[in-house]
Design a protein around this ligand. Sequence first.
Ligand SMILES: [Zn+2]
Length: 148
Amino acid sequence: MKVLNLRCAHDHRFEGWFDSEDDFQSQHERGLVECPLCADKAVTRLPSAPRLNVSNLRDDAKPARSPGEATEAALRQSKWMQTVRHLMDNTEDVGERFPEEARRIHYGEAQERGIRGQASREDAEALREEGIEVTAVPVPAALKGPVQ
Ligand SMILES: [Zn+2]
């Protein structure tokens, strides 16, 4: 799965979830990607580096399972784990300095880069109010702990 930051012609910003970049391209070409606020189809990708709040480790983020969906859910979970692993490989862990570091990057006081770390719900909301994009990522239990 791939999370893309998207923007419509009216400067509404939103996230789109796709299987891959190809999946986004193909849906985009067929006019299937539209702004959730104004239904505009002139959607462009934002190149912004990800800022990930990885503290929300909630069980209710897992997909609901029924016996028939077990295989599909397992597949989805492994895809999700690959995505999270990729995100973790491509972001710098700043731990509890996350809100501070996200602000420094936003205001140009630190180098633009992808970061991840912990932020409380209040911190994350305060960041969003300042216009700083924060994505909450539920991390699978298997990926907790040190990451190379
Ligand atoms: Zn829009």
